[in-house]
Design a protein around this ligand. Structure first.
Ligand code: PMT
Length: 207
């Protein structure tokens, strides 16, 4: 099968030397790409800025911002059988990024932010029949409630829920999978590669 995966953070430019980003290392998305490749699938990985060597055999498309990631995802969804979005995409970006370095001035600075595209939401709204769409939810509170809300709102087939403390920037993860039929499957805690293999076994069992 053709599997499209997103990984890592995005960077949203403030000026030529500053940006807004987050602590995603990309390890979870890269582990899913490696596991999918090891299982014989054709894998495209769309990656934000991370310092991981891509797994051999995986086609990697490097992006920086949420807008770049949106373009790359939309250009690659048409023939994907499975889409798994593990990236930590910025929800906001500076409304007016500067071309010159911002000068320090007296007083506080107020930065106006505007919404980025909800890439997974757009993919969910345009999902083709037979396509399997899997999102992630990274939460500090109310993990199950928030994950189930995203499963529904973004028209997903599965959502992989993880606590920020368990998965964000770490080498291991603890994931619970939820699907639209009300199934809840807690995967054993383990290395991100082991979790990725377990996750693929569950979501691809009927494919
Ligand atoms: O990269 P690691 O250090 O290994 O950490 C892994 C991880 C914790 C980042 C990963 O397991 C994870 O949970 N990824 C999703 C993080 C996140 O931003 O979740 P969210 O709840 O904000 O977003 C929900 C879903 O919508 C995600 O699938 C996300 O990719 C997607 N999204 C979010 C915002 C946006 N503008 N567009 C999106 O497509």
């Amino acid at each position: 099968m053709k599997i499209l995966i997103t990984a890592g953070p995005t960077r949203e430019k403030i000026d030529p030397v500053r940006y807004i980003s987050n602590n995603s290392s990309g390890k979870m998305g890269y582990a899913i790409a490696q596991a999918a490749c090891e299982s014989g699938h054709e894998v495209t990985l769309i990656s934000g800025p991370v310092s991981i060597t891509p797994p051999p055999g995986v086609k990697v498309i490097k992006v920086v911002s949420a807008a770049d990631m949106a373009n790359a995802v939309h250009s690659n969804t048409f023939d994907a059988d499975v889409i798994i979005m593990a990236a930590a995409v910025a929800d906001y970006r500076p409304a007016r990024p500067l071309d010159s370095k911002m000068k320090k001035l007296p007083g506080n600075l107020f930065l106006e932010l505007e919404r980025t595209e909800d890439i997974l939401g757009t993919v969910g709204n345009n999902k083709k029949s037979g396509q399997l769409l899997v999102g992630f939810a990274a939460e500090t509170d109310d993990l199950e409630k928030n994950a189930l809300g995203k499963l529904e709102r973004k028209n997903l087939d599965w959502i992989a829920a993880n606590l920020v403390a368990d998965g964000f920037g770490t080498d291991t993860n603890r994931i619970t999978l939820y699907n639209r039929n009300g199934e809840k499957i807690s995967l054993p805690v383990g290395s991100k590669l082991a979790v990725a293999h377990d996750m693929l076994k569950v979501i691809l069992r009927n494919e």
